[in-house]
Design a protein around this ligand. Structure first.
Ligand code: GLU
Ligand code: MG
Length: 461
């Protein structure tokens, strides 16, 4: 049944696809807003054919929802409650949810009421960058690592986090503590078409991680959203609750959603086989240098929330400084080089300041735009940093051109708004809406202490 639903959708056969006959009651159409929060509409199975053709109506104001569901009317083009757009399912991505078998899941595109492109559609922004890369003969692969905390969901202490396991990190006993959940999660990810490389108990109390195999960027973003739903459903089935928040508990490690990318030309990975640093080709090095040049603006998109700022601390492997290194886990950009064992296809660049508060489509838009600009400008990367720059003096960092990434919303927005390359990739409309929600979030948090900020982001994603 599951396969019939998925295979039928992949052939684009929505009219012939009798979803109800397969036991699907409804199809949930999902997109991610400018806070990285998934939003959705569910259509009864019998209505899905029409929804696939015409979309469903939603308010354009989702572009200016802040992290706590306040609609900020401070972006003038979306400054009134009037208007409607269409949310159109990407039918070939329809999946019957293994963990919620009465429902199918599909990512959505946001289009204007007349069906034309809508400038606030984040998925569309990524498609434009992928097309731009294609026109240059370049192909990208992307994959997310997803860290999360598992809390026991029974009990009456509401929003508190009660780690499902406190004991040695990475041990098999940590996996034993979530045995049935882990089994369901691995099976459901597989059945939902989310290929996973590995799954482990991470460093923090109750923290776990899996990584999604690389794919084209739009698929990588779609899968990241589907993986969240899959985790939440498996957690619920086993009396657990998953927190994807960048920082879950004060003083503990946070949840990074490290973003790995690589690029190739005519099937050859440009991050290996060259005579540049760590075997990069000139174009591969230019990609890295482009990312480094625009890093503060890129990170304003890939780790954008107040919770992101709380997570981004030196000494926690989050990449708080603007530098790159070969396998350096304190560098914002960690080059994972090719090795004789793993081969040239393995080489990739990991962006560590990246988390669940990022819209995954916009995150990849910013990354690809920065990297392509580096290639177009023929940049070369500086020497790699192999130490922890957090242990260096300010003077030594300055000498090496290494800076702390923004620590406040104002600094983040200055970096983003002052960067024409990233602004152009997002487009002025999305940039304006993005700025409005960041400002609204900051205003709400102005009177909160750090612990209250942590709590207010804990269960959003
Ligand atoms: N938990 C760390 C973070 O917030 C990452 C640890 C790791 O490198 O796996 O990014
Ligand atoms: Mg990790």
């Amino acid at each position: 049944m599951l396969d019939q639903v998925t295979a039928g959708a992949q052939q684009g056969g929505t009219e012939d696809l009798d979803l109800a006959a397969t036991g699907v009651a409804g199809v949930t159409i999902v997109w991610a807003d400018n806070n990285g929060i998934p939003r959705s509409r569910t259509v009864p199975a019998g209505q899905f054919g029409a929804a696939a053709r015409l979309g469903v109506g939603v308010t354009p104001l989702f572009a200016v929802f802040d992290s706590h569901d306040t609609i900020t009317f401070e972006h003038a083009p979306l400054g009134t409650p009037s208007g409607d757009i269409r949310l159109v399912p990407v039918v070939e991505r329809l999946v019957r949810l293994a963990g919620q078998p009465g429902f199918a899941w599909v990512p959505g595109r946001q289009v204007a009421a007349d069906g034309s492109p809508w400038p606030y559609d984040q998925r569309g922004a990524l498609e434009r960058q992928v097309a731009r890369a294609g026109a240059l003969g370049l192909e990208f692969l992307a994959g997310y690592e997803m860290e999360f905390h598992l809390s026991r969901a029974d009990g009456d202490d509401g929003d508190e986090l009660r780690p499902v396991y406190e004991g040695p990190s990475y041990g098999p006993a940590k996996m034993l503590a979530v045995d049935a959940f882990a089994e369901q999660l691995l099976r459901d990810l597989d059945r939902n078409g989310v290929p996973v490389g590995q799954f482990h108990g991470e460093y923090g109390p109750g923290q776990f991680e899996f990584n999604i195999a690389p794919s084209d960027p739009v698929t990588a973003a779609d899968r990241q959203l589907l993986a969240r739903q899959t985790v939440h459903a498996a957690a619920r089935a086993h009396g657990l609750r998953a927190s994807f928040a960048p920082l879950v508990t004060m003083g503990q490690v946070g949840n990074g959603w490290h973003l790995h990318t690589s690029l190739s030309r005519a099937g050859t990975n440009l991050l290996s086989g060259g005579d540049g640093p760590a075997g990069m080709t000139a174009e591969g090095g230019a990609y890295l240098a482009g990312l480094l040049r625009d890093l503060p603006a890129v990170v304003a998109v890939t780790a954008p929330s107040l919770s992101s700022l709380q997570r981004l601390r030196p000494g926690f492997w989050t990449g708080a400084f603007t530098c790159w290194g070969v396998e350096n886990r304190e560098a914002a950009l960690r080059l994972v080089p090719a090795t004789p064992l793993l081969g040239p296809a393995h080489a990739n660049i990991e962006l560590k300041p990246s988390d669940a508060a990022a819209n995954p489509y916009l995150a990849l838009t910013a990354v690809i735009a920065a990297g392509l600009a580096g290639i177009e400008d023929g940049l070369t990367p500086p020497d790699p940093v192999q130490e922890d720059p957090g242990t260096w003096s300010e003077a030594r960092r300055a000498e090496r051109g290494v800076h702390r990434l923004p620590t406040t919303v104002t600094e983040q927005l200055d970096a983003l708004l002052g960067n024409q390359r990233i602004r152009a990739a997002l487009g002025e409309e999305l940039t304006g809406a993005f700025r409005a929600v960041r400002t609204s979030d900051a205003r709400r948090a102005a009177d909160l202490d750090a612990g209250a900020v942590v709590r207010s982001y804990r269960w959003l994603y």
